[in-house]
Design a protein around this ligand. Structure first.
Ligand code: BGC
Length: 943
């Protein structure tokens, strides 16, 4: 089946005992940059170690097969790099980078302190009171990769009626499932700027998940946010601006959870590139560290997570890499401090798959659930939770209070979305086979238990397909439309030829290729591109390719349509193109997740060029075509268009993003004007990669033993960078043409509250329910008599009471410091006072064109100039403008509507590192700009 990537059987961990030694030596320190496991760094394995479980083949390990020469070259390069690192890098690493800016933050705040979750916590409290310690541990730990039917499955607490939970990807549909929709990807959703559609897609996604028996959807993704324009997984999220990302994430979460399914906000935080996200994928001793300063973290990367929490998200997934040299899944400042205290997160933190790097340290730092439950390697049977967590509680190294809180958060989230009323008996599909009857514990070699694993429950409906189509329509961005070539008319009447018009569709991206599911996890670029690759991809139930839909759209009595669905043009095709009255040429750019690679693209793109020689193809068609040329691009992110955007033959350019299963239909809807062109860019399209800034290319080669990525650009990513440096992009953030025109008048800015520097003091939280906090007798945690263990399956029981060694446990640095709750906290997403409306903005929009259309009204805010922090007196640098609100409206010809948008205290504040709070500049004036894009401001006013 797979063509470009081949798979081999799994490499199991070589030293089973080692991981637990590591655990013991590692737990005392939140700072995990060196866990003493350097011996696992073997250069000869470096380039090819990749783990991945495929559904169809049940092959357990994906090795990117490189040619021998390539391996030799890579090894030589790696040796060179290591020599350089060992000589210089190690010193730098030792001398100052270790502590970063992540001070210890302990103990982990208890859940159950907010009234919005009080009822669920009260129920959870009752249930947990009846659970034994091993049951509590069991529900915090996955059973191991591919041990059960979903990509993640927790243990159950059967005797109190708490089920095993099925966790399944992902952001655009249900991964590895049949009879479910493949919706447009996040980046397409962001490009709609349509809150209602964002919500509806979430609802449909959640509805389908429930029908499949999925408790927890592993999405939406709001990190990566798009700091690196070539980042491999940017497409799973909604765009390179925190507010756009936050709105889309929050709407998606509300949609998913309205169906009774738990959503997961991922990946918390700073997972902006795929290279080195996981150490063993790259043969490194440790993952990279994203070094992010406190203000940037708050104003950019944590902003969408704050909104996710405010929308009630049940779960947050911590990411693979380190943040400020402490792993994101054991960084107490990020999990205990920012997420649970300041943002008031009441749900549970689950690890990304194998992102957990320690046991006790991560538990104390706030990690509530280990996913998929294996230890440091796939299916090693050495969970860092499971039995180890039971032992850690019994020997006092993890307080009972903490395991109680972990379990309680998981149970409360289950109640919070109403899963206690589910009648479903677990998942009705298998991630590992398409057969009806299959193995119940696929990866447990010694289990021969079989059963019906696929019930082929249909979840797709006319409505869900319609939502998928509407998102793809509204997520398509028209970037150029000279002479109003678009919308095309069915019979191409505008060409007035007096004969049949000749139209050709060119490019592999317009056609079906070898079928939409040709490569595992969609990790190859062939045929039309409708999704990126990795865990965020799904099995397409169908994929309407562009040519198919165009064929249906042209009137064949007046149009002669032909195709050349290849990027290489034969002589005959070239001749044919010359005869055409209109040419549509397609090209694309693909990327994905780090466990898979395609043709030298190791998940992150290597550049921002169109792939498969797309730029050359477009230029060739433009030079040959007898008529105007329409360029259609499918892409995971920005692509450089300099070589064709200004060509006189290229009259129209449409960026269709990643449209999902309804690709062709939605594209034809826009091209033919059955709907208005209403997508707007969710990122800036620059004229070169270099334009995005010095610090934002992906780090492709390790620069230290622990690769260090300093987010030196701070707040200045994407349009903020272009604005600050006065760079004229090719197409700016927020840009997109409509088929009609809009007039903006009557901007009003009304102050609803008096400016004041700080939010009101946080409301006092409820006191979290307490339990009896003495660990039970170790004997109560022994394996039940006669219990048959499956190999490598993860269990919570201990083997022998002699494993429990009592002693004084050295709690991490900072554990005994009494923590004052954050002044920025006190509610879901932060201090409720931050979300009070301070300013009401209205603007009248009129459709002055000749057809019904949709406008995205964008509100950008410029802070007063020369702000200084009232406490420190230090100057506070601000971007030229920041997106703070938007609305999308539909207007008939000559129709006007008044659009109302609000600005909250948080919108009007910056994060003061000194005050550790959001601070509103009180004295000078803000400028409110309303317009069609980040550069097309129509009206301005002062607040
Ligand atoms: C990805 C997550 C995903 C998980 C489970 C990881 O590799 O980073 O986004 O949810 O796998 O498939």
């Amino acid at each position: 089946m797979a063509a470009h990537v081949r798979y081999e059987s799994v490499r199991t961990a070589d030293a089973e005992g080692d991981e637990h030694d590591t655990l013991k030596t590692n737990y005392a320190d939140d700072d995990s940059s060196n866990d003493g496991d350097d011996s696992k760094f073997r250069l000869d394995e470096a380039p090819e170690i990749q783990y991945h479980l495929t559904r169809r083949s049940r092959a357990l390990c994906a090795c990117h097969r490189l040619s021998r020469t390539c391996i030799a070259l890579c090894a030589a390069t790696a040796v060179f790099v290591v020599l350089v690192l060992v000589s210089g890098g190690y010193l730098a690493y030792k001398s100052g980078l270790i502590d970063g800016q992540s001070p210890p933050w302990y103990p982990s705040p208890r859940g159950g302190t907010l009234s919005t979750w009080a009822a669920s916590y009260s129920k959870a409290h009752k249930l947990i009171s009846r659970m034994t310690l091993v049951e509590k541990v069991n529900i915090t730990t996955g059973t191991g990769w591919a041990m059960d039917l979903c990509v993640g499955v927790t243990g159950e607490a059967a005797h109190v009626g708490f089920p095993a939970l099925c966790l399944q990807d992902g952001p655009l549909g249900i991964r590895f499932a049949d009879h479910a929709d493949s919706f447009p990807a996040g980046i397409t959703v962001g490009s709609t700027w349509n809150r209602e559609l964002m919500r509806k897609r979430g609802e449909e996604h959640g509805r389908e998940a429930k029908l499949k028996g999925v408790n927890v959807l592993l999405g939406p993704s709001m990190g990566p946010l798009g700091r690196n324009p070539a980042g491999g997984r940017n497409w799973e999220g909604f765009g390179s601006d925190p507010v756009l990302q936050a709105v889309a994430a929050a709407e998606t979460i509300k949609g998913i959870q309205s169906q009774g399914v738990q959503a997961t906000a991922k990946h918390y935080i700073g997972n902006e590139q795929e290279h080195f996200r996981k150490s063993f994928e790259w043969g490194l001793p440790e993952s990279l560290s994203s070094n992010i300063d406190d203000r940037t973290l708050h104003e950019i990367y944590a902003w969408p997570f704050a909104e996710a929490v405010r929308s009630g998200v049940a779960s947050v997934m911590c990411s693979y890499q380190m943040v400020n040299n402490s792993y994101a899944c054991q960084n107490s400042w990020l999990l205990n401090g920012v997420l649970k205290d300041e943002l008031g997160f009441q749900g549970y933190v689950q690890s990304d798959w194998l992102a957990q790097r320690s046991g006790v340290a991560s538990a104390l730092a706030g990690l509530d659930m280990s996913m998929p439950g294996d230890g440091r390697f796939w299916q090693d049977g050495n969970s860092l939770y499971g039995e180890q967590l039971t032992l850690a509680v019994l020997n006092g190294s993890v307080p009972m209070d903490r395991i109680n809180d972990m379990a309680k958060r998981i149970v409360a989230a289950w109640y919070q979305v109403g899963q206690d009323s589910w009648e479903s008996k677990g998942p009705n599909f298998s991630s590992w086979t398409n057969e009806t009857v299959g193995r119940l514990h696929d990866a447990a070699a010694d289990s021969d238990e079989m059963g019906v694993v696929n019930q082929y429950v249909e979840t797709s409906t006319r409505n869900s397909r319609d939502v998928a189509r509407r998102v793809a329509q509204e997520g398509a961005v028209v970037l150029k439309n000279e002479g109003s070539l678009l919308p095309l008319s069915y019979g191409l009447a505008e060409l007035r030829l007096g004969r049949k018009a000749k139209v050709i569709v060119v490019g592999e991206d317009a056609g079906p290729g070898k079928g939409p599911n040709y490569c595992e996890d969609r990790a190859c670029n062939q045929g039309t591109l409708a999704s990126g690759w990795g865990s965020g991809a799904t099995e397409f139930p169908y994929l309407v390719d562009p040519f198919l839909a165009l064929q249906k759209s042209f009137n064949t009595t007046s149009v002669e349509l032909s195709r050349a669905l290849d990027n290489k043009l034969s002589k005959a095709v070239r001749e044919k193109i010359k005869q055409q009255d209109l040419c549509l040429v397609f090209a694309n750019a693909d990327a994905g997740e780090g466990h898979l690679a395609w043709e030298g693209i190791r998940a992150d793109r290597n550049d921002l060029e169109l792939q498969k020689d797309g730029t050359r193809l477009i230029r060739e068609v433009a030079s040959l075509c007898g008529g105007p040329v329409v360029v259609v691009i499918h892409s995971v992110g920005p692509v450089i268009m300099e070589e064709f955007a200004d060509l006189s033959a290229v009259k129209a350019i449409l960026l269709a993003n990643l449209p999902g299963q309804e690709s062709g239909n939605a594209l034809a809807d826009v091209l033919f004007g059955r709907v208005d062109a209403s997508g707007r860019l969710a990122y800036t399209i620059g004229r070169s990669l270099a334009e995005y800034g010095e610090t934002t290319p992906v780090l492709y080669y390790p620069n230290h033993i622990v690769p260090q990525v300093d987010f030196k650009e701070g707040l200045y990513i994407d349009y903020r960078h272009f604005d600050k440096n006065n760079i004229e992009p090719r197409y700016e953030f927020g840009f997109g043409l409509s088929y009609t025109d809009f007039e903006y008048t009557n901007l009003t800015i009304e102050a609803l509250k008096v400016k004041s520097s700080l939010p009101a003091p946080p409301p006092k939280g409820l006191s979290a329910p307490q339990y009896q906090n003495t660990p039970p007798a170790p004997a109560s945690c022994l394996y039940p008599e006669g219990f048959r263990k499956l190999k490598k399956y993860i269990y919570p029981w201990i083997k022998d009471t002699s494993q429990v060694k009592q002693g004084k446990y050295p709690y991490p640095r900072g554990y005994d410091i009494a923590r004052k709750p954050s002044q920025a906290g006190g509610g879901e997403g932060g201090n409720p006072s931050l979300f009070e409306n301070h300013v009401r903005v209205t603007v009248d929009i009129k459709n002055t064109g000749s057809r019904t259309g949709k406008e995205v009204v964008q509100l950008y805010l410029s802070f007063p100039e020369n702000i200084s922090d009232p406490v420190s007196g230090e100057a506070v640098d601000m971007p030229v403008k920041v997106l703070r609100n938007f609305d999308k409206i539909e207007l008939d010809v000559d129709e006007s509507k008044s659009v109302e948008m609000f600005l909250t205290r948080k919108d009007l504040s910056y994060w003061s590192v000194v005050q550790q709070n959001w601070v509103m500049p009180e004295d000078d004036e803000f400028t409110v700009a309303v317009g069609r894009s980040s550069r097309d401001v129509r009206l301005r006013g002062i607040y």
